[in-house]
Write a new protein. Structure first.
Length: 111
């Protein structure tokens, strides 16, 4: 019984430490490119800053959602994993077509 209790305590502490470690992710831009600014703004979870970064880059939200990557990940996945406000940011990027349980974006090739 003691072994089981100790094992359970170690597992609990491991998950607790992992949760704290993932909550303290900080992104430091490696350069001052437009794409880096978009990625950092998206991760910070501030829609106003993200909107400004997208406008300054001269790209569309559709381009960001379908073509851009951050740290070799599609922006939507990057935001879902690292952003402080993932649902709101991904919803903004996809014009409301984002659902955290299953992302479905109907991308019209004509747009």
């Amino acid at each position: 019984m003691k072994t089981f209790t100790k094992t359970l305590a170690v597992v609990g502490m491991t998950f607790g430490i992992a949760g704290v470690a993932s909550a303290n992710v900080e992104f430091v831009p490696s350069d001052d490119t437009a794409s880096t600014n978009i990625c950092v703004s998206a991760a910070e979870g501030n829609k106003n800053n993200l909107r400004d970064a997208i406008e300054n880059a001269g790209v569309s939200k559709r381009y960001v959602a379908t073509k851009m990557t951050c740290n070799d990940m599609p922006v939507i996945e990057f935001v879902a994993q690292y952003s402080e406000n993932p649902d709101a940011i991904n919803s903004y990027i996809t014009n409301g077509k984002y659902n955290s349980s299953s992302f479905i974006a109907s991308v019209n090739a004509a747009n």
